[in-house]
Design a protein around this ligand. Structure first.
Ligand code: ADP
Ligand code: MG
Ligand code: ZN
Length: 304
C-alpha cells in the first residue's frame, strides 16, 4: 500500500503538471455552440467568422482519418469537422470563471489548498476532472460536490465521532477548479445560485439591457457552468422552473455542469416539490460525485 507521503507526492506531481501544461486546450469535440458565435448560414455546426492561421480563419478544422471496421476488406477515410482551439480562446474572453473572484479567492488554487487525510480523495477527483476536461466537454460530464447534514448525522453515529456537512470545503474546492480553468483559458462561468436567480430577475426591470432570454441562453450554452450552493434558495414555482430548464437544457446539450450542494441526491425532491425528482435523476445519470462530510474547516481555522 502507498504511504500518505507517496500519495501526496503523486498529487503534487499532478498539480505541477496541471500548472505547466499549455494554457489552452485544443479542439476535440464537435458540439454546437449556439449563441456563442455567429453562425454560417446553412451550417449545422456553429462557427465563428474569426479564426486563426491554424484554421485558415474559419474557426474549424477538417480532419481525415483512416478507419477499417471489422468485416471491411480495406481501410477507408472519414472526414470530421472539429472546432479549432481558437474557438475556445474567443469564448474564454467572454467566459472567465475567475473574473468575479476577489483577490483572496484567486488564491484558492490546487497549489495553495491544504490537502490532508480528509480531503485527499476529493482533491484527486477534482484534479483529474480538470485534467480530463476536454473529454468531459465532449461527453457532457457533470460533477456534484455535496455534504448533507442528514448523511453526516448517520455516518457520525456509525463511526462514533462527529462529521459535519457545512464548512467542509465544497466551495473552496470548486473555486480551485474555477481558477484552474481560468489559468488554462477554458471558458467557464461561476455563479452562486443566489446570483443566478437575481441575474434573471434583474432582467424584469424595465431599464435592463439584457432580456431574460439573453441570460438564460448564457446559462444554457456556456461550455462549463459552476453553480455554488445549488438548492439553497427559498423556491417559488418560478425559481424551480428556471432551474429545471437550465439543467435540462444543459443535459440535452451535453454541457459540463459543476455544482456544490448541501443535499444528497435522494433529498433533492424534498427541496423542490415540482421538479426535484426530474432534477435528481438528471444529476444521478450525468454526474461524478464528491461527498464532503468531515470537519468544519471554518471552526478549526486559527484567527487571522
Ligand atoms: N483545502 C482547503 N485549504 C485551505 N482552506 C480551506 C480549504 N477548504 C476550505 N477552506 C476554508 O475553510 C472554510 C470553509 O470552506 P468552504 O469551502 O466555504 O466550505 P463549504 O462550502 O463546504 O461550506 C473557508 O474559510 C475556506 O476558505
Ligand atoms: Mg459553500
Ligand atoms: Zn483557429
Amino acid at each position: 500500500m502507498e504511504s500518505m507521503g507517496e500519495v501526496l507526492a503523486g498529487i503534487q506531481k499532478r498539480i505541477e503538471k496541471l500548472r505547466t501544461e499549455g494554457p489552452s486546450i485544443s479542439s476535440g469535440h464537435q458540439d454546437s455552440t449556439e449563441d456563442l458565435a455567429p453562425k454560417k448560414s446553412g451550417s449545422s455546426l456553429a462557427t465563428s467568422n474569426e479564426g486563426c492561421e491554424k484554421c485558415n480563419y474559419t474557426g474549424t478544422i477538417n480532419t481525415f482519418k483512416w478507419v477499417q471496421p471489422e468485416g471491411y476488406p480495406i481501410p477507408y477515410q472519414v472526414a470530421s469537422v472539429e472546432l479549432c482551439s481558437c474557438h475556445y480562446e474567443r469564448q474564454f474572453n467572454k467566459y472567465n470563471a475567475a473574473e468575479t473572484f476577489s483577490a483572496k479567492e484567486k488564491e484558492y488554487t490546487f497549489k495553495n489548498a491544504i490537502i490532508d487525510d480528509n480531503n485527499l480523495a476529493h482533491y484527486t477527483t477534482a484534479i483529474d476532472f480538470v485534467r480530463d476536461v476536454k473529454r468531459h466537454m465532449g461527453e457532457g460530464t457533470w460533477l456534484y460536490i455535496f455534504g448533507d447534514e442528514v448523511r453526516a448525522a448517520d455516518v457520525s453515529k456509525e463511526k462514533g465521532f462527529t462529521l459535519e456537512a457545512y464548512g467542509t470545503g465544497k466551495t473552496y474546492l470548486m473555486q480551485c477548479m474555477a481558477n484552474a480553468f481560468s489559468l488554462r483559458k477554458i471558458p467557464a462561468l461561476y455563479v452562486t445560485e443566489e446570483t443566478l436567480f437575481s441575474d434573471i430577475k434583474a432582467t424584469y426591470n424595465r431599464d435592463s439591457d439584457e432580456s431574460e432570454a439573453d441570460i438564460l441562453n448564457r446559462y444554457y450554452n456556456v461550455p462549463i457552468l459552476m453553480i455554488d450552493d445549488i438548492f439553497s434558495a427559498s423556491y417559488k414555482e418560478w425559481a424551480e422552473g428556471k432551474l429545471f430548464s437550465i439543467l435540462d437544457e444543459r443535459q440535452k446539450k451535453s454541457k459540463v455542469t459543476i455544482m456544490t450542494s448541501n443535499y444528497a441526491i435522494g433529498r433533492i425532491p424534498l427541496r423542490l416539490p415540482l421538479n426535484g425528482g426530474k432534477i435528481a435523476s438528471r444529476i444521478r445519470g450525468q454526474a461524478e460525485m464528491i461527498e464532503m462530510i468531515g470537519s468544519d474547516r471554518r471552526s478549526t481555522k486559527r484567527p487571522a
